[in-house]
Design a protein around this ligand. Structure first.
Ligand code: HEC
Length: 105
């Protein structure tokens, strides 16, 4: 009886500590990241940005891979500041935002 209570405590502690100490935040989806960070430029082509939903404005870029495009966003590219101004975005969130844009084309 005491022994099983002891095991229960250990399992309880392990479960809770992984919740408390886990650094992982739930990832925002591409749509949310786009609206918050990217739309300001990509909705209307500010600063020469290729436009959401307008394939012709993307030109040669549509042939780039998702990885290449995401890397451009992360590092910045000419008129686009690094991280596409989403300074607290994870790599995965940036990639989701790029996918969201690509799906609009
Ligand atoms: C301050 C304006 C601005 C913001 C904010 C911005 N972009 Fe851009 N983006 C640009 C401009 C300008 C270009 C074109 C750069 C060039 O090729 O000269 C560009 C290009 C891109 C490209 C093409 C990159 C390539 O390799 O050709 C992608 C993909 C992209 N942006 C995604 C995003 C995403 C995703 C976000 C939000 C996380 C974002 N951008 C936020 C201005 C912006």
């Amino acid at each position: 009886m005491l022994k099983s209570f002891f095991y229960f405590l250990i399992i309880y502690f392990l479960f809770n500590s992984s919740l408390i100490f886990s650094e992982e935040k739930p990832s925002r989806n591409g749509n949310t990241v786009y609206d918050v960070a990217c739309a300001v430029c990509h909705q209307n082509g500010l600063a020469g940005a290729p436009i959401f939903g307008d394939k012709s404005s993307w030109g040669y870029r549509v042939n780039k891979s998702l990885d290449e495009l995401t890397l451009s966003v992360k590092n910045g590219l000419r008129g686009m500041p690094a991280m596409g101004l989403c300074m607290n975005c994870t790599d995965r969130e940036l990639e989701s935002a790029v996918s969201y844009i690509l799906n609009s084309l």
